[in-house]
Write a protein that binds this ligand. Structure first.
Ligand code: 13P
Length: 246
């Protein structure tokens, strides 16, 4: 069993998504994997209605950490729960780099999601420059340490981690299976060190995953699944990933 989670980012429209979700429900029914999709906020009501009674998990791509108040334009964890969301992506590289989200803000969001029984999908990953400067492990460790501040082991166990190298996102250039496995393994090791435990934390890989490389990537012991952007936008492209078998 692997996690196969789509991140639609700011794509699709109401009618297209409606048809997509109906088809997703059917395809996911026969999958050995845990299938999920993160849609734009405004389509959560649609996801709630169409995916009702299915085995497809769904959620949002961000949230604010406060429960309510004067925060124009923001969405709270309580609102996500109102739409029965299972999960929420936090600290995606597009949030970090386009919207300047800091590790501290991301940490507040992870804590708030956990307090509200939402599964955080905490994304970490290095830029191309950091990779070229051999900073990958250092950057990821800092993102983990700061993102997990004041979180206890029992709560940390509920988090889904995602290794998403920034240079591999939306570029068509995936990390090699060896690189992805090495870093996912490193993340698990560092989490065990941080929490003085021996737990098999869930770590996904994301970045140009597609029908072409899904087996190569997921056939590795430390990669527990994929967080998929482009290849999750149509059922035709997503289906081979949902049907992945070891
Ligand atoms: P792509 O699969 O389009 O590279 O996007 C990956 C991603 O950012 C998932 O969160």
């Amino acid at each position: 069993m692997k996690y196969i989670i789509g991140n639609h980012k700011m794509n699709l429209d109401y009618i297209t998504l409606k048809g997509y979700l109906k088809a997703l429900k059917k395809v996911a029914k026969n999958s050995d994997n845990k299938v999920g999709v993160c849609v734009p906020y405004v389509y959560l009501d649609l996801a709630k209605k169409v995916l009702k009674g299915s085995n497809v998990l769904y959620g949002a791509q961000n949230m604010y950490y406060k429960e309510a108040g004067a925060f124009t334009g923001e969405v709270s964890p309580k609102m996500l729960i109102d739409f029965n969301c299972d999960m929420v992506i936090l600290g995606h590289s597009e949030r970090r780099h386009i919207f300047n989200e800091t590790n501290n803000e991301i940490n507040n969001k992870v804590i708030s999601a956990l307090n509200n029984n939402l599964t955080p999908i905490l994304c970490v990953g290095e830029t191309l420059e950091e990779r070229n400067n051999k900073q990958t492990k250092k950057v990821i460790l800092a993102q983990l340490k700061q993102g997990l501040k004041n979180i206890e082991l029992e709560n940390a166990k509920k988090i889904i981690f995602a290794y998403e190298p920034v240079w591999a996102i939306g570029t068509g250039v995936s990390a090699t299976a060896l690189d992805a496995e090495t870093i996912c393994k490193y993340i698990k090791e560092q989490l065990n060190k941080l929490f003085s435990t021996e737990f098999n934390f869930v770590v996904l890989y994301g970045g140009s995953m597609s029908e072409k490389n899904v087996s190569e990537l997921l056939n590795n012991p430390s990669i527990d699944g994929g967080l998929i952007g482009g290849a999750s936008l149509t059922i035709e492209k997503f289906k081979p990933l949902i049907n992945y078998k070891n």
